[in-house]
Design a protein around this ligand. Structure first.
Ligand code: ADP
Length: 480
């Protein structure tokens, strides 16, 4: 089964193709600077040369067309036709309170995504655009949405409600949502597997330290607290984000620097963190280099960065009431032995001890104390591809569950001629529609539950399943 994983941002589209039977990553690429005449396509098919091209790409439709054409290119492509793509998995940033897990994308899901735009106005519109363009250029290919926020749905109210007037939560849904959920989930699952221990028995703290940084407390496989909040600005010090600050500073800076709220938002998201502290760079490699050369300012920035992580580890050990595993992941977590070493210093009282040589070599298992300390490379794209397969398989299982003819006939007898006319009308608007989506739409319209089995049976009776076959839609393969 081939899964295309897409991450559609405002000016970039990242894509990876997986052959899921072996979880093999067969191609990876990115289109940057979308909306300009010098957009850049970088594409690397597995085991072959990297291709870099510059061309005009004014919008996401053109960008995604290029992704598909690149995948099918006769010289360096990896597909012969579009129909080889079995499914598309989208990284979706914000699922608000609506989406607690990965979902098969239907019109209803898209409506839900639109409602979540208010929470992530810089990300969700582009994620949604990616879904809509795929519907056009890859019709009939099932799409699954995997949310950055979903893993944190298990947070208890005491962890996600801010001490603001409750009316703000009720009215504006202001609360902690948390991000990097796909990455945190991937590494904690990997840790449990490595330790050969059921995840239900583990208390884990996962530190995702990349350009964006977050830390999550995971109890028995469930996220119980996380450092990012309503937006990704809260929590740890990051590349360009300040993380936790006194909220009163917003009005203080506004008054004293005569800045608009938008400018302050920008200042805290884009000019703060390691960039703001060092006044030179948000790239930890450069910061480490300068500190090594003797820059006190760069050393201080790293001290502040590590101190904040340490504080959160202490807090989350208290939240969890103990600790079995501490995980480091993402660019800095995986590769900076210095940062890990500083964070891990003087933590023996918590049962955290580490092996300096193993740490210096970025080895997988660097702990020597009661608490396991693991350096686990994250792989959000593979996690998205896995979730895509899981969602589709569960729908397929549901679809293929044997149902007696009597039950289906009974359900069909409940359909009025208006319901049947509605079914045809929905199908006519989109003959690529899946029976699942058709059943959901019809259930909503008719106000009664119409199962997938009834829909499939009705399509068969009306001969519409054959029409779909003629349109080369693989209904037998794609029964989702
Ligand atoms: P993103 O959040 O953009 O996915 P990454 O997970 O790739 O970011 O992490 C980027 C960060 O990792 C940068 O600060 C970079 O300097 C840091 N990094 C990457 N390689 C190393 C390394 N060898 N040593 C120290 N820091 C590194």
């Amino acid at each position: 089964m081939k899964v295309l994983v897409l991450n559609c941002g405002s000016s970039s589209v990242k894509f990876q193709m997986f052959e899921m039977d072996k979880e093999d990553n067969i191609a990876i690429g990115i289109i940057e600077k979308i909306g300009s005449s010098n957009a850049i396509l970088t594409f690397k098919p597995k085991g072959r040369e990297k291709i870099v091209q510059t061309r005009e790409i004014m919008n996401h439709q053109v960008a995604l067309d290029l992704v598909i054409n690149t995948l099918m290119n006769s010289q360096y492509g990896i597909l012969k036709s579009k129909s080889e793509i079995d499914a598309i998995g989208h990284r979706l940033v914000h699922g608000g309170e609506e989406f607690a897990q990965s979902v098969f994308i239907t019109d209803e899901v898209k409506e839900g995504l639109r409602r979540c735009i208010q929470f992530a106005p810089l990300h969700n519109p582009h994620n949604l655009k990616g879904v809509e363009v795929c519907e056009k250029i890859l019709p009939g290919i099932p799409q699954v949405g995997v949310f950055d926020t979903a893993f944190h749905h298990s947070l208890p109210p005491k962890a996600y409600i801010y001490a603001l007037p409750m009316a703000l939560y009720r009215k504006l849904r202001i609360r902690r949502y948390g991000f990097h959920g796909t990455s945190h989930k991937y590494v904690v699952d990997k840790a449990a597997k490595y330790l050969n221990t059921p995840i239900e028995k583990l208390k884990i703290i996962s530190c995702h330290l990349g350009n964006g940084c977050s830390i999550t407390a995971v109890d028995g496989g469930k996220s119980v607290d996380t450092s990012m909040g309503f937006t990704p600005l809260e929590g740890l010090v990051m590349g360009t984000r300040c993380g936790d600050i006194d909220p009163a500073l917003v009005s203080y800076i506004a008054q004293n620097e005569n800045l608009s709220l938008e400018k302050i938002d920008n200042l805290m998201n884009k000019s703060s963190g390691m960039l703001g502290l060092t006044e030179t760079s948000n790239d930890l490699r450069e910061i480490e280099f300068e500190a090594e050369k003797g820059s006190k300012q760069h050393k201080l920035a790293m001290d502040i960065f590590c101190y904040r992580i340490k504080k959160y580890i202490g807090a989350y050990a208290a939240v969890l009431g103990g600790l079995d595993v501490l995980i480091f992941t993402a660019g800095i977590g995986e590769k900076s032995w210095y940062i890990r070493g500083e964070v891990l210093k003087n933590m023996e009282y918590l049962g955290i001890k580490f092996h300096p040589k193993k740490n210096n070599k970025n080895e997988f298992d660097i702990g020597t104390g009661k608490v396991k300390v693991l350096v686990i490379p994250t792989n959000e794209e593979l996690a998205i591809a896995r979730d895509t397969v899981t969602v589709l398989n569960s729908i397929k299982k549901e679809t293929e569950k044997p149902v007696s003819e009597e039950i289906v006939s009974e359900e069909i007898s409940q359909l009025t001629s208006d319901d049947k006319a509605e079914l045809i009308s929905i199908w006519f608007k989109n003959p690529y529609i899946s029976p699942l989506e058709l059943s959901q739409k019809l259930s909503k319209k008719s106000g009664k539950k119409v199962s997938i089995h009834v829909v499939k049976q009705e399509l068969k009776i009306l001969g519409l399943d054959k029409v779909s076959e003629k349109k080369k839609i693989e209904f037998t393969k794609r029964t989702y």
